[in-house]
Design a protein around this ligand. Structure first.
Ligand code: ADP
Ligand code: ADP
Length: 227
Protein backbone atom coordinates (compact mmCIF):
# COMPACT_ATOMS: atom_id res chain seq x y z
CA UNK A 1 0.00 0.00 0.00
CA UNK A 2 1.29 3.46 -0.87
CA UNK A 3 1.50 5.76 2.11
CA UNK A 4 2.92 8.83 0.41
CA UNK A 5 3.10 9.90 -3.20
CA UNK A 6 5.00 13.06 -4.21
CA UNK A 7 4.73 14.31 -7.79
CA UNK A 8 6.89 17.11 -9.24
CA UNK A 9 7.31 18.73 -5.85
CA UNK A 10 8.86 22.19 -5.99
CA UNK A 11 9.70 24.23 -2.90
CA UNK A 12 11.10 27.73 -3.00
CA UNK A 13 11.85 29.70 0.14
CA UNK A 14 11.96 33.41 0.04
CA UNK A 15 14.76 35.08 1.93
CA UNK A 16 15.27 38.86 1.98
CA UNK A 17 13.31 39.13 -1.26
CA UNK A 18 15.39 36.43 -2.96
CA UNK A 19 14.01 33.08 -4.04
CA UNK A 20 15.92 30.13 -2.64
CA UNK A 21 15.07 26.94 -4.53
CA UNK A 22 15.10 23.98 -2.13
CA UNK A 23 13.32 21.28 -4.16
CA UNK A 24 13.20 21.38 -7.96
CA UNK A 25 10.73 18.74 -9.08
CA UNK A 26 10.89 15.69 -6.83
CA UNK A 27 8.68 12.68 -7.57
CA UNK A 28 8.81 9.77 -5.14
CA UNK A 29 6.49 7.10 -3.79
CA UNK A 30 6.67 5.35 -0.45
CA UNK A 31 5.09 2.04 0.49
CA UNK A 32 3.93 1.01 3.95
CA UNK A 33 6.68 -0.65 5.99
CA UNK A 34 9.62 0.98 4.21
CA UNK A 35 12.92 1.73 5.92
CA UNK A 36 14.30 4.45 3.72
CA UNK A 37 17.08 7.01 3.87
CA UNK A 38 16.81 10.38 2.15
CA UNK A 39 20.47 11.18 1.75
CA UNK A 40 22.60 13.91 0.24
CA UNK A 41 24.93 16.72 1.20
CA UNK A 42 23.96 19.65 3.39
CA UNK A 43 21.60 21.96 1.51
CA UNK A 44 20.38 19.26 -0.90
CA UNK A 45 16.77 19.55 0.35
CA UNK A 46 16.44 16.62 2.76
CA UNK A 47 14.88 18.55 5.65
CA UNK A 48 12.61 20.45 3.32
CA UNK A 49 11.33 17.20 1.82
CA UNK A 50 10.67 15.65 5.24
CA UNK A 51 8.96 18.83 6.44
CA UNK A 52 6.66 18.78 3.41
CA UNK A 53 5.60 15.16 3.78
CA UNK A 54 5.30 15.73 7.52
CA UNK A 55 2.77 18.53 6.88
CA UNK A 56 5.07 20.98 8.68
CA UNK A 57 5.33 23.25 5.65
CA UNK A 58 3.52 23.77 2.35
CA UNK A 59 4.89 23.28 -1.14
CA UNK A 60 5.30 25.79 -3.96
CA UNK A 61 3.99 23.48 -6.70
CA UNK A 62 3.40 19.82 -7.40
CA UNK A 63 1.34 17.43 -5.29
CA UNK A 64 1.83 15.32 -2.23
CA UNK A 65 -0.85 12.81 -1.38
CA UNK A 66 -1.12 10.74 1.72
CA UNK A 67 -3.44 7.79 2.08
CA UNK A 68 -5.05 8.94 -1.18
CA UNK A 69 -5.82 12.56 -0.26
CA UNK A 70 -4.01 15.50 -1.82
CA UNK A 71 -2.52 17.55 1.01
CA UNK A 72 -3.12 20.81 -0.89
CA UNK A 73 -6.86 20.17 -0.84
CA UNK A 74 -6.94 20.00 2.97
CA UNK A 75 -7.53 22.85 5.40
CA UNK A 76 -4.99 23.80 8.07
CA UNK A 77 -7.14 21.98 10.59
CA UNK A 78 -7.26 18.80 8.53
CA UNK A 79 -3.48 18.95 8.01
CA UNK A 80 -2.97 19.28 11.75
CA UNK A 81 -5.17 16.22 12.26
CA UNK A 82 -3.15 14.19 9.73
CA UNK A 83 0.03 15.28 11.47
CA UNK A 84 -1.27 14.32 14.88
CA UNK A 85 -2.72 10.96 13.89
CA UNK A 86 -0.54 9.67 11.07
CA UNK A 87 2.90 11.17 11.43
CA UNK A 88 5.58 10.88 14.06
CA UNK A 89 8.48 13.30 13.75
CA UNK A 90 11.96 12.79 15.20
CA UNK A 91 14.42 15.69 15.14
CA UNK A 92 18.19 15.76 15.37
CA UNK A 93 18.01 17.90 18.52
CA UNK A 94 15.34 15.59 20.09
CA UNK A 95 12.97 18.55 20.72
CA UNK A 96 11.61 17.21 24.00
CA UNK A 97 9.79 19.61 26.29
CA UNK A 98 12.32 20.31 29.06
CA UNK A 99 9.86 21.07 31.88
CA UNK A 100 7.94 17.84 31.37
CA UNK A 101 8.95 14.39 32.61
CA UNK A 102 9.65 11.55 30.21
CA UNK A 103 6.17 10.14 30.87
CA UNK A 104 4.57 13.53 30.20
CA UNK A 105 6.58 14.05 27.00
CA UNK A 106 5.56 10.66 25.63
CA UNK A 107 1.89 10.83 26.62
CA UNK A 108 1.50 14.41 25.34
CA UNK A 109 0.65 13.46 21.71
CA UNK A 110 -2.12 11.22 23.02
CA UNK A 111 -3.47 14.00 25.23
CA UNK A 112 -3.67 16.15 22.08
CA UNK A 113 -5.68 13.38 20.44
CA UNK A 114 -8.10 13.39 23.37
CA UNK A 115 -7.07 10.00 24.74
CA UNK A 116 -8.12 9.43 28.34
CA UNK A 117 -5.36 10.08 30.90
CA UNK A 118 -5.07 6.52 32.22
CA UNK A 119 -5.02 5.02 28.77
CA UNK A 120 -2.41 7.59 27.68
CA UNK A 121 -0.24 6.58 30.64
CA UNK A 122 -0.54 2.86 29.83
CA UNK A 123 0.27 3.40 26.18
CA UNK A 124 3.22 5.69 27.01
CA UNK A 125 4.56 3.00 29.37
CA UNK A 126 4.39 0.43 26.57
CA UNK A 127 6.18 2.80 24.16
CA UNK A 128 8.87 3.48 26.76
CA UNK A 129 9.26 -0.26 27.22
CA UNK A 130 9.63 -0.68 23.45
CA UNK A 131 12.53 1.78 23.38
CA UNK A 132 14.22 0.27 26.43
CA UNK A 133 13.47 3.03 28.95
CA UNK A 134 11.30 1.23 31.47
CA UNK A 135 12.73 2.82 34.58
CA UNK A 136 13.03 6.41 33.41
CA UNK A 137 9.51 7.76 33.27
CA UNK A 138 9.96 10.35 36.01
CA UNK A 139 13.19 11.85 34.70
CA UNK A 140 13.43 15.11 32.85
CA UNK A 141 15.26 15.39 29.52
CA UNK A 142 18.28 17.25 30.92
CA UNK A 143 18.93 14.34 33.32
CA UNK A 144 19.45 11.98 30.40
CA UNK A 145 22.12 11.31 27.78
CA UNK A 146 21.55 12.28 24.15
CA UNK A 147 20.91 8.66 23.18
CA UNK A 148 18.32 8.30 25.94
CA UNK A 149 16.64 11.56 24.90
CA UNK A 150 16.41 10.33 21.32
CA UNK A 151 14.81 7.10 22.64
CA UNK A 152 12.23 9.24 24.42
CA UNK A 153 11.61 11.11 21.16
CA UNK A 154 11.14 7.78 19.36
CA UNK A 155 8.69 6.64 22.04
CA UNK A 156 6.81 9.92 21.63
CA UNK A 157 6.58 9.32 17.87
CA UNK A 158 5.63 5.67 18.29
CA UNK A 159 2.97 6.06 20.95
CA UNK A 160 0.21 7.05 18.53
CA UNK A 161 1.05 4.22 16.10
CA UNK A 162 1.46 6.60 13.17
CA UNK A 163 1.51 5.43 9.56
CA UNK A 164 4.96 7.01 9.11
CA UNK A 165 7.79 8.09 11.31
CA UNK A 166 9.90 10.83 9.75
CA UNK A 167 13.33 11.31 11.29
CA UNK A 168 15.41 14.36 10.34
CA UNK A 169 19.09 13.43 10.85
CA UNK A 170 18.18 11.41 13.97
CA UNK A 171 21.77 10.46 14.81
CA UNK A 172 23.54 13.70 13.85
CA UNK A 173 24.14 14.75 17.47
CA UNK A 174 25.14 11.31 18.73
CA UNK A 175 28.51 9.55 18.84
CA UNK A 176 28.72 6.70 16.35
CA UNK A 177 28.16 3.91 18.89
CA UNK A 178 25.02 5.57 20.28
CA UNK A 179 23.94 6.41 16.73
CA UNK A 180 24.16 2.73 15.81
CA UNK A 181 22.07 1.79 18.85
CA UNK A 182 19.38 4.24 17.79
CA UNK A 183 19.42 2.89 14.22
CA UNK A 184 19.21 -0.68 15.47
CA UNK A 185 16.22 0.30 17.60
CA UNK A 186 14.58 1.86 14.53
CA UNK A 187 15.26 -1.32 12.51
CA UNK A 188 13.71 -3.42 15.26
CA UNK A 189 10.62 -1.17 15.51
CA UNK A 190 10.25 -1.17 11.73
CA UNK A 191 10.10 -4.97 11.86
CA UNK A 192 8.05 -5.52 15.01
CA UNK A 193 5.59 -2.62 14.66
CA UNK A 194 5.57 -2.52 10.84
CA UNK A 195 6.08 1.23 11.13
CA UNK A 196 7.32 3.02 8.01
CA UNK A 197 10.52 4.97 8.68
CA UNK A 198 11.85 7.68 6.40
CA UNK A 199 15.00 9.31 7.75
CA UNK A 200 17.40 11.87 6.39
CA UNK A 201 21.15 11.69 6.71
CA UNK A 202 24.42 12.78 5.14
CA UNK A 203 26.29 9.96 6.88
CA UNK A 204 27.30 6.78 5.00
CA UNK A 205 27.07 4.67 8.17
CA UNK A 206 23.42 5.68 8.57
CA UNK A 207 22.63 5.07 4.87
CA UNK A 208 24.01 1.54 5.22
CA UNK A 209 21.10 0.64 7.51
CA UNK A 210 18.48 1.64 4.95
CA UNK A 211 16.79 -0.79 2.59
CA UNK A 212 16.22 2.03 0.10
CA UNK A 213 18.45 5.07 -0.32
CA UNK A 214 17.23 8.15 -2.18
CA UNK A 215 20.09 10.51 -2.97
CA UNK A 216 19.22 14.18 -3.33
CA UNK A 217 21.47 16.81 -4.82
CA UNK A 218 20.57 20.46 -5.35
CA UNK A 219 16.90 19.74 -4.74
CA UNK A 220 16.59 16.86 -7.18
CA UNK A 221 16.69 13.08 -6.95
CA UNK A 222 20.15 12.16 -8.17
CA UNK A 223 19.88 8.40 -7.74
CA UNK A 224 18.00 5.70 -5.94
CA UNK A 225 19.17 2.30 -4.73
CA UNK A 226 17.33 -0.61 -3.16
CA UNK A 227 18.69 -3.70 -1.50
P1 ADP B 1 19.33 19.71 3.90
O1 ADP B 1 18.33 19.21 4.90
O2 ADP B 1 19.66 18.71 2.84
O3 ADP B 1 20.54 20.28 4.54
P2 ADP B 1 17.47 21.88 3.50
O4 ADP B 1 16.18 21.29 3.08
O5 ADP B 1 17.63 22.30 4.92
O6 ADP B 1 18.64 20.88 3.07
O7 ADP B 1 17.79 23.13 2.59
C1 ADP B 1 17.66 23.14 1.17
C2 ADP B 1 17.97 24.55 0.67
O8 ADP B 1 16.94 25.43 1.12
C3 ADP B 1 19.27 25.13 1.20
O9 ADP B 1 19.78 25.96 0.19
C4 ADP B 1 18.83 25.95 2.41
O10 ADP B 1 19.72 26.98 2.70
C5 ADP B 1 17.48 26.45 1.94
N1 ADP B 1 16.54 26.68 3.07
C6 ADP B 1 16.07 25.73 3.93
N2 ADP B 1 15.20 26.27 4.79
C7 ADP B 1 15.10 27.59 4.46
C8 ADP B 1 14.35 28.68 4.95
N3 ADP B 1 13.51 28.54 5.98
N4 ADP B 1 14.50 29.87 4.35
C9 ADP B 1 15.33 30.03 3.31
N5 ADP B 1 16.07 29.04 2.79
C10 ADP B 1 15.96 27.83 3.34
P1 ADP C 1 18.85 20.65 9.14
O1 ADP C 1 20.11 20.52 9.92
O2 ADP C 1 17.73 19.80 9.62
O3 ADP C 1 19.06 20.61 7.65
P2 ADP C 1 19.07 23.43 9.22
O4 ADP C 1 20.05 23.60 10.32
O5 ADP C 1 19.48 23.47 7.78
O6 ADP C 1 18.28 22.07 9.48
O7 ADP C 1 17.88 24.43 9.42
C1 ADP C 1 17.31 24.68 10.67
C2 ADP C 1 16.13 25.59 10.43
O8 ADP C 1 16.54 26.76 9.71
C3 ADP C 1 15.05 24.94 9.57
O9 ADP C 1 13.79 25.35 10.03
C4 ADP C 1 15.30 25.46 8.18
O10 ADP C 1 14.10 25.52 7.42
C5 ADP C 1 15.85 26.85 8.48
N1 ADP C 1 16.85 27.24 7.47
C6 ADP C 1 17.75 26.47 6.86
N2 ADP C 1 18.48 27.16 5.96
C7 ADP C 1 18.03 28.44 6.05
C8 ADP C 1 18.37 29.65 5.38
N3 ADP C 1 19.31 29.71 4.44
N4 ADP C 1 17.70 30.75 5.71
C9 ADP C 1 16.75 30.71 6.63
N5 ADP C 1 16.37 29.62 7.28
C10 ADP C 1 17.00 28.49 7.00
Amino acid sequence: MKVVKAVDVVKDYSLNGMTVPALRGVSLEFEGGEFTAVAGPSGSGKSTFLHLIGCLDTLTSGTISMGGSDLASLSKKQLALIRRHNIGFIFQAYNLIPVLTVMENVSFPLTLLGVDKNEARDRARLALHDVGLDSMENRRPKEMSGGQQQRVAIARALVKHPAIILADEPTANLDSKTGREILELMVQLNQSEKTTFIFSTHDQMVMDYARRVIMLRDGQVESETKR
